[in-house]
Design a protein around this ligand. Sequence first.
Ligand code: PXG
Length: 288
Amino acid sequence: MALKIWLDGKLVDEKDAKISVFDHGLLYGDGVFEGIRVYNSRVFELDAHIRRLYGSAKAIRLEVPMSRSELISAVEKTVEANGVIDGYIRLLVTRGVGTLGLNPFICEDSRLIIIADNIQLYPEELYEKGMKVISATTVRNHPLAIPPQVKSLNYLNNILAKIEALDNDVPEAIMYNHEGYVAEATGDNVFIVRDGVIYTPPAEAGSLEGMTQGIVIELAREENLEVVEKNLTRFDLYVCDEFFLTGTAAEVIGIVEIDGRVIGDGKPGPVTKLLRKKFFKYAHGKKL
Ligand code: PXG
């Protein structure tokens, strides 16, 4: 079924949802976006995603052409118009039409696009068995050059790492920063467990401040599990007891092998399973 796309203030048919070839979002990756889940017809953590979007936009001097409350209402209307019950929303703001030159200030109005669609989930089997990953050789963008907190339309760094993963027949790659510390996966945050303590890298290491990461930290602390944000090395990943990734698309997924090193007993561990279960309940609006 053809989708209804929100484009610059109204819902249009998918075939009419078009953007100029002079849009700086296309020419330079000049824009920001969010990926949001819908669970049981409820847009998950919408306020937090909107807040992150406005933060990303502010950091790159891009004006979101709507107030926050108008944007929330536009997202909800788009979800409703497409009858999405469990799905995925892509919210984008591009710099708009400019010329063949970098100057962002001569661009006409920024453009706002909302797509509400179904999501392609990883097969359930992958959650039960766990996933294999490799370490990417592509170094994560320097966090002082491209702030990792900005969810920009330029994902080339991540795509280069994803290509390495796929070339090695695994779905994901772990990216390290210029100092060799773990940053994140190509679209997910990294967690490990060692001796009962949970560790995840700080944003300064080169990771997006993930919504799922934040929720999982809270859920873990509710279980009186200790969570520490600190720099992790490749060695830490190799010798940990448990390893998992979090993200809007992946939710919580166990990693059972990295660069040929088996993690734990080769199956997702108890902390991973507990947090996955708690996240599922939380996402579906059940009591914790
Ligand atoms: N790091 C990066 C670079 C991301 O792009 C995350 C971490 C996890 O953040 P959240 O807030 O989602 O917990 C992301 C999110 C997709 C897709 O279509 C990618 C993301 C989210 C949703 C969909 O590939 N990345």
